[in-house]
Design a protein around this ligand. Structure first.
Ligand SMILES: [Zn+2]
Length: 65
C-alpha cells in the first residue's frame, strides 16, 4: 500500500499543495497555496486577513523634513 500522504488543497484553486513554500499567516491560521500566484491573489481578495508583518508602519525615511 502506498503511504497515505496528506494532500492539503490550495486555499484558492483547491489543487493539492505539493510544497508548503507558499504559506500565508492569517488571524485564522496558516493558509497553504500551490503557488505564489494563488497566494498573491488570495491576499488581494482578502486584504483583511493579512498580518501587518510585511507593511512597515514607520514613516518614509526619504520624506523626512
Ligand atoms: Zn492554487
Amino acid at each position: 500500500m502506498a503511504s497515505s500522504t496528506l494532500k492539503i488543497p490550495c486555499e484558492l484553486c483547491e489543487q493539492p499543495v505539493l510544497v508548503n513554500h507558499f504559506v500565508l499567516n492569517t488571524p485564522k491560521g496558516d493558509k497553504l497555496f500551490c503557488c505564489e500566484g494563488c497566494k498573491s491573489i488570495y491576499q488581494l481578495l482578502n486584504p483583511d486577513q493579512l498580518t501587518s508583518a510585511h507593511q512597515p508602519q514607520e514613516g518614509d525615511p526619504l520624506n523626512e523634513s
